[in-house]
Design a protein around this ligand. Structure first.
Ligand SMILES: [Zn+2]
Ligand SMILES: [Zn+2]
Length: 459
């Protein structure tokens, strides 16, 4: 068995781990390297699509490997046809640092993941996160079609015949997938995103265990413990483990966070805002429980509403348990006395279904009854405060991680300016998505692999 770590070795995330055995090749995760990308790019300076993969190869954001990248990009770069060289990509979860760069893969490389991971990727693709987001479907790039006038036009996603589904395979617990000389089993773990899992790769030369991102203090810590038991039982030769918080001794607890949030809310007289990891539905569930304990209703934005509804039973709570915040957008017609069809024009197509539901609220309702609501909010929609115009007895609960790069520090500063402007006090309550140093070492001991490789840690 041969292991090549193409990303995630001396950095937190960007995992791209190539496993080879008797001619069979698979990738464990194919994530975006935040470290390498952040060295050269920012929100306002992005890699160019027109260069295909050239910007990514030049700056070592993606490894230049034959036979794995999409043919439309390679052709556009003047590279000849390549034959597929990898048999499958296994995604541990849908966080960008593990899954984002599947956009660049050939569409005949099958992707394997949990049902929730597939749904989250679908949601990301449908609600738009930028240029490079062909996750579950694949739209041929740099192609022309002949339009009704008989002229050449550029292909877009509207030209359905140029859009196809990627081969996604949903894995079920307890069911191994056979690929060439390997068998791969998915085992759910606890992490800060629905659908996270680890993998066991079985070969006739010994077994490999991959943790993905893992923690033991979340709402589903029993999953991680079962993962460790199962991993031990297969007597692994090799353990590839995450090590994000290897140097941290801080003991976190999701249950503790829920209690802290509830306490902050119990003292709040005005409106409560809660900032949380965007798609961490376990955290949102903690916030929902805390809000209900304090006779408040949780208000989520339309993107979250869309995700919760798409996940269905895989979400820890249903959409009817929360309110949906309909923001003023584009022309802001939700505020005007005009017909529904015209108002809908202010919103994205996917969003239109979420603006006239029974459980929708706008800033007017929130303004009228600030003590009745806890509103999920992040910097990207903080401009809604101008409409809400919260009073200074409102509070902001920061329930996500501290900034760990310059860009995030600037964002945090910006957010604080908003809070200062309205005289809102900030409180903090957060638990990490990752196990701490002690828990990691205990896990390594319990799994008892012959060799341990630590990825997803600072170099
Ligand atoms: Zn990660
Ligand atoms: Zn993660």
């Amino acid at each position: 068995m041969k292991l090549t770590i193409h990303g995630g070795k001396d950095e937190i995330g960007g995992n791209k781990i190539l496993v080879e055995h008797k001619g069979t090749k698979i990738f464990l995760d194919f994530g975006m390297s935040f470290k390498q990308t952040g060295m050269y790019f920012s929100e306002f300076l992005q890699p160019r699509k027109c260069a295909g993969l050239a910007d990514f190869f030049e700056l070592s954001i993606l490894p230049d490997i034959q036979g794995i990248y999409r043919e439309d990009y390679l052709k556009h770069m003047g590279r000849g046809k390549e034959t597929r060289s990898v048999d499958g990509v296994f995604l541990s979860h849908a966080h960008a640092d593990h899954a984002q760069h599947i956009h660049f893969l050939r569409n005949d490389i099958p992707i394997f993941c949990t049902d929730a991971t597939k749904i989250i990727l679908e949601t990301l693709e449908e609600t738009g996160i930028g240029t490079f987001s062909d996750f579950v479907t694949y739209c041929e790039a740099f192609a022309f079609y002949t339009n009704k006038k008989g002229e050449l036009s550029r292909v877009t996603r509207k030209n359905k015949e140029y859009v196809c589904d990627r081969e996604f395979n949903v894995m079920m617990p307890g069911k191994k997938v056979k690929i060439g000389s390997m068998e791969i089993e998915m085992i759910p773990v606890d992490h800060s995103l629905p659908g996270a899992c680890g993998f066991i790769v079985y070969t006739d030369e010994g077994n490999l265990v991959y943790t993905g991102d893992i923690r033991f203090h979340g709402s589903h810590s029993e999953l991680s413990r079962k993962f460790v038991e199962k991993a031990f039982s297969v007597k692994p030769k090799l353990l590839i483990t995450e090590g994000t918080r290897i140097n941290s001794t801080k003991k976190d607890s999701e249950d503790g966070v829920k209690k802290e949030i509830s306490e902050f809310m119990s003292k709040a007289k005005g409106l409560v805002f809660v900032e949380h990891p965007v798609r961490d539905l376990d955290r949102l569930n903690s916030i929902l429980i805390a809000a209900n304990e304090n006779k408040r209703e949780l208000v989520v934005n339309t993107k979250l509403a869309y995700l919760i509804e798409k996940l269905g039973k895989l979400s820890p709570f249903s959409l009817v348990k929360v309110k949906i915040f309909v923001p003023r957008k584009s022309w802001g017609l939700i505020d005007k006395d005009v017909e529904q069809k015209l108002v809908e024009g202010d919103y994205e197509t996917w969003e239109r279904d979420y603006i006239y539901r029974k459980n929708c609220v706008t800033y007017r309702e929130i303004q009228k009854h600030p003590d009745k609501y806890a509103v999920s909010m992040n910097l990207f929609n903080i401009n809604q405060l101008v409409d809400i115009n919260p009073s200074s007895d409102s509070i902001w609960i920061k329930s996500n991680c501290e900034p760990f790069c310059e860009e995030m520090e600037l964002d945090e500063e910006r957010k604080k300016n908003w809070l200062n402007h309205y005289g809102i006090k900030q409180h903090q309550a957060h638990a990490s998505g990752h196990a701490n140093g002690e828990e990691l070492k205990e896990m390594w001991k319990d799994i008892n692999a012959k060799e341990v490789v630590v990825v997803h840690r600072d170099g």
